[in-house]
Write a protein that binds this ligand. Structure first.
Ligand code: NAG
Ligand code: NAG
Ligand code: NAG
Ligand code: NAG
Ligand code: NAG
Ligand code: NAG
Ligand code: NAG
Length: 332
């Protein structure tokens, strides 16, 4: 059993919403999901919890500086076939396909024009932008990689655009058992346990385990693979990736931010969700934030999401996965 109720106090308001919506499904049914959330000690939490700003406990702000690993190529705007520079404004107006991690640093702005995609579709490949200016992801644009980090003054993510790390997780931390042993097509675990289709009269049987309890407010682990159905086919869906958005002012999210587990198909377990960190002064928009587990023979567990904001306004952001919510005190 994972430890239970480590941060129940954060859920006072959400808990009642959830309890009202609870849907108890069996541990196993085809294409069911693993646990989205173990942190309130409830199995099979509601299909979705919508974050609103009623009754969220206000905690003291603690500075947490996340630094990016630099095992990536430092790129210029030109390297990405863009116009301008990261110290003024870089406009990306054509699709960019990468095959290794990149890191961009500058004092300017970035604008990814509508319908443009920047992708490194390799497990664990990272795309990082650390800019002092504003970042704008146009409507229908996509950033697709194993890890996506954006640090900026403000960030706007347009309608139908996506920051997507689904199924592109690299290796989960060593010494964790998120990927279930055996070939039962069980789901991977991370923020929640993976599901299993095994029946046992005495006790519940679960797939992969929960891990990374130590960093609930700063989750930065990849999700885990589900198990497959044979030695030849040992794994199901892949784990979810990681997203970190550090925004000084406003994050206007009309699109989606996802780190979901991969689909395990009809014989493999779903992968577990990865990790998402959102630190912003103000979070608003009609978007979605999801680190849900992947589907499969048995579903993967949800990943971890940490939202730390001074205000959450007009928000219709829908959060899937185990999450940590911190509303910070306004600055003086
Ligand atoms: C977990 O969340 C997903 C949405 O991403 C939903 O489809 C699924 O039904 C949820 N699982 C449970 C057991 O509620
Ligand atoms: C961005 O760069 C600044 C200065 O180079 C550094 O202090 C900061 O930690 C970086 N942000 C992230 C999210 O890595
Ligand atoms: C990666 O991309 C670079 C340039 O885009 C190319 O020169 C290189 O051959 C590619 N490497 C692999 C392994 O595909
Ligand atoms: C959303 O974006 C996807 C991919 O960019 C595109 O295929 C789809 O048509 C768009 N949907 C809408 C409603 O614009
Ligand atoms: C988000 O959607 C709202 C409502 O459609 C719109 O008013 C706003 O300008 C949009 N913002 C961005 C950044 O796309
Ligand atoms: C993210 O990528 C996955 C894998 O390619 C895809 O199935 C999913 O539809 C994408 N999600 C969004 C919101 O674009
Ligand atoms: C958790 O965060 C702390 C401090 O931010 C860091 O030292 C530690 O390595 C992290 N642990 C994991 C498992 O990521």
């Amino acid at each position: 059993m994972p430890p239970v109720l480590p941060r129940c106090y954060l859920y006072c308001c959400l808990l009642c919403v959830r309890l009202l919506l609870l849907v108890f499904t069996g541990v196993c049914s085809w294409h069911t999901s693993g646990e989205n959330d173990t942190d309130i000690g409830v199995r099979n939490p509601p299909v979705q919890a919508t974050v609103d700003n009623f009754g969220i406990k206000i905690l003291r702000y603690e500075e947490n500086s996340g630094s990016i690993s630099l095992s990536a190529d430092l790129v210029s705007c030109e390297n990405l076939h863009g116009v301008g520079s990261f110290d003024t404004t870089c406009l990306l107006n054509s699709n960019v396909y990468l095959n290794s991690s990149i890191y961009a640093l500058g004092t300017g702005n970035l604008e990814i024009l509508p319908h443009v995609s920047i992708a490194c579709p390799i497990q664990g490949c990272s795309i990082s932008f650390n800019l002092s200016g504003n970042v704008k992801v146009g409507s229908d644009a996509t950033i697709f990689a194993g890890s996506v980090v954006i640090a900026a003054h403000s960030l706007s993510v347009g309608h139908n655009s996506s920051i997507n790390t689904t199924s592109l997780g690299g290796n989960p931390p060593a010494q964790t058992s998120g990927t279930p042993v055996g070939f039962e097509g069980a789901g991977g675990g991370h923020g929640g346990r993976g599901a299993s289709c095994l029946k046992n009269e005495q006790q519940d049987v679960w797939g992969g385990d929960v891990y990374s309890w130590s960093n609930l407010s700063e989750p930065w682990s990849y999700g885990s693979k589900g198990s497959g159905n044979s030695v030849q086919n040992p794994f199901g869906g892949n784990g979810g990736g990681r997203v970190k958005l550090i925004v000084e002012e406003e994050l206007y999210l009309n699109g989606s931010v996802t780190a979901e587990g991969g689909d395990g198909g009809t014989s493999g377990g779903g992968g577990s969700g990865g990790s998402i960190i959102v630190n912003a002064y103000k979070l608003k928009g009609l978007g979605t934030i999801s680190a849900a587990g992947g589907r499969g023979w048995a579903g993967g567990g949800g990943g971890r999401i940490s939202l730390k904001c001074y205000s959450i306004q007009d928000v219709k952001v829908t959060v899937h996965g185990s999450y940590f919510l911190q509303l910070l005190l306004p600055r003086n």
